[in-house]
Design a protein around this ligand. Structure first.
Ligand SMILES: *Cc1c(COP(=O)(O)O)cnc(C)c1O
Length: 428
C-alpha cells in the first residue's frame, strides 16, 4: 500500500461508485433494465465474443451490480468480483469452474449449517464430494487432500461458535498441493479480515448478513485474488479451450481476471443465479457504514459475552473476543480489530432451558439470520443445524445445550437485561 491509497472508510463509500454519467445522480442509480442497446452489429458481436466489456443482458451484467462488484473487489483487495443471488449461490458458483464428476473438496467441519448440508448432500448430485476435517489439525487437512481434490474451504470466523481459522496455515497447505483456498468471509467482513492477505485464492460472502447489515435482502459475492495459477493441469475449464466461446482459453486470455470472466460468461450465463439491481442497491448502501457498524457490533459483543461468562447460570461462552477463549491469540493475527458479533453460549440447565430462553426473550428476535442491526438468537441444534447428526452438531459447535446469538447495535445494557430476564424465566 502506498501513502496515496485511500483508507477503508473512504473506499466503503466511494469504491465502484461515480456520479451517473447521464444525470449526475450522486447515489448509484438502480438500473432497472433487462437489456442494453448495442451501438451497432459489430459492437454486439464483440460483446458476445468477450472481445469488449459492456452490458448485454442483466442475467450477466448490470451497472448497479457492477458497482457493487467493484466495491467488493476493492474492499477485499482482489482482482475482480462477481455477485450472485445468495451466499449459497456464491459457494456453488465458486466451485463450479473447478469441479467435475469424481472430484472433491476438503472442507472445515465448522461451518454454517446450510453449508454442511450443501456440501455433504446436494453437491453429490453433481458427482462432487466433500471431506470434512478439523482445520485446527493441519496434519488431518494435509492427509485428506488427494489427487482429485480441487479446493480447500473454510470460514474465517466460523458459524455458529465464532471460532477463528488459521488462514495462513491453510493457504500454505493449499499452495503445496496446487489447489485454491476458498474462504467464506461472511462473519468477519473485509473490515475485520481480508483473507487474500492471508493467502486465500477466492473469498465468498453472503451479502445477506453484515454487509447489507439490516436484514433486508439476500445476496452473494465471490472475490478473486487474481493470483492463482489455473494452468497447473488441474483446472481444464480455466486453462483449456472453451467450446461455447470458439475455443477461447480463459486463463491465457484474461490472466488475473480469468476466474471473474469465467464466473460471468459461463457461471451466471448458464446457472442464472443473478443478483438483482434492487438488492445490489441496498447492499451498496449498507456497505457505506460497514466499518462503523462492525466496530459497534464487536464492542457490544464483548460486553455481552463478558457478562454471560461471569453469570453462574452459564456453562461456557465461545466468543473469540474473550481473553479466556483459546482463539483469542489467533484473533490478533487474523482479525485484530475484533471477532465480530456471532457466538454461542451454553446454559448449565441444559437443552430444555435453552429452548425456554428463546421463548422468553423480548428485545432479541428469534430468527434464522445473523449480522442484523437487531440482536438475534436461535437454538442452532433444532433449527439451522437440524439436518446434521448430533456428532456433526457437536463438531460444528451447535450442541443441543447451546444457543447462538448475533449481537446487534442496540445499547448493550438493554441486550444484557433482556438475556437476564429470559434466563430467569427459563429457570436456568
Ligand atoms: C448465511 C450464510 C451463508 C449462506 O448465505 P445466504 O445468503 O443465506 O445464501 C453462507 N455462509 C455463512 C457463513 C452464512 O452466514
Amino acid at each position: 500500500m502506498t501513502d496515496t491509497t485511500p483508507g477503508f472508510d473512504t473506499l466503503q463509500i466511494h469504491a465502484g461508485a461515480r456520479p451517473d454519467p447521464a444525470t449526475g445522480a450522486r447515489q448509484t442509480p438502480i438500473y432497472q433494465s433487462t437489456a442494453y442497446v448495442f451501438r451497432d452489429a459489430d459492437h454486439a458481436a464483440a460483446l458476445f465474443n468477450l472481445q469488449e466489456v459492456g452490458y448485454i443482458y442483466s442475467r450477466l451484467t448490470n451497472p448497479t451490480v457492477a458497482a457493487l462488484q467493484e466495491r467488493m473487489a476493492t474492499l477485499e483487495g482482489g482482482a475482480g468480483a462477481v455477485c450472485c443471488a445468495s451466499g449459497h449461490g456464491a459457494q456453488i458458483m465458486a466451485l463450479f469452474p473447478l469441479m467435475g464428476p469424481g472430484l472433491n473438496i476438503v472442507s472445515s467441519n465448522r461451518l454454517y449449517g446450510g453449508t454442511v448440508t450443501q456440501f455433504s448432500q446436494t453437491i453429490k448430485r453433481f458427482g462432487w464430494s466433500a471431506k470434512f476435517v478439523d482445520t485446527d489439525d493441519l496434519d488431518a487437512v494435509e492427509a485428506a487432500i488427494d489427487d482429485n481434490t480441487r479446493a480447500l474451504f473454510c470460514e474465517t470466523i466460523a458459524n455458529p461458535g465464532g471460532y477463528i481459522t488459521d488462514l495462513d496455515a491453510l493457504a500454505a497447505i493449499a499452495d503445496r498441493h496446487g489447489i485454491p483456498l476458498i474462504v467464506d468471509n461472511t462473519t468477519a467482513t473485509p473490515y475485520l479480515c481480508r483473507p487474500i492477505e492471508h493467502g486465500a485464492t477466492l473469498v465468498v460472502h453472503s451479502l445477506t448478513k453484515y454487509l447489507t447489515g439490516n436484514g433486508t435482502v439476500t445476496g452473494g459475492c465471490i472475490i478473486d485474488s487474481g493470483k492463482f495459477n489455473w494452468s497447473n493441469g488441474k483446472f481444464p475449464s480455466m486453462s483449456e479451450p472453451e467450446p461455447a466461446y470458439h475455443g477461447l482459453k480463459f486463463h491465457e486470455t484474461f490472466g488475473p481476471l480469468a476466474f471473474t470472466f469465467h464466473a460471468i460468461a459461463i457461471g451466471l450465463r448458464d446457472l442464472g443465479m443473478t443478483l438483482n439491481p434492487q438488492a445490489a442497491h441496498y447492499t451498496l448502501m449498507g456497505i457505506e457504514t460497514l466499518s462503523l457498524r462492525m466496530e459497534r457490533h464487536c464492542a457490544n459483543a464483548v460486553k455481552v459475552a463478558e457478562w454471560l461468562e461471569k453469570d453462574p447460570r452459564v456453562a461456557y461462552v465461545t466468543y473469540a473476543g474473550l481473553p479466556s477463549s483459546p482463539y483469542y491469540p489467533r484473533m490478533a493475527r487474523i482479525c485484530p480489530k475484533g471477532a465480530s458479533s456471532l457466538f454461542t453460549f451454553s446454559l448449565k440447565a441444559g437443552y430444555e432451558a435453552c429452548v425456554k430462553l428463546i421463548d422468553s426473550v423480548e428485545l432479541l428476535s428469534h430468527v434464522a439470520n445473523l449480522g442484523d442491526t437487531r440482536s438475534l438468537i436461535i437454538h442452532s441444534a433444532s433449527t439451522t443445524h437440524r439436518q446434521l447428526t448430533e456428532a456433526q452438531q457437536i463438531a460444528a459447535g451447535a450442541a443441543p445445550d447451546v444457543v447462538r446469538v448475533s449481537i446487534g447495535l442496540e445499547n448493550p445494557e438493554d441486550i444484557i437485561a433482556d438475556l437476564d430476564q429470559a434466563m430467569t424465566k427459563a429457570g436456568a
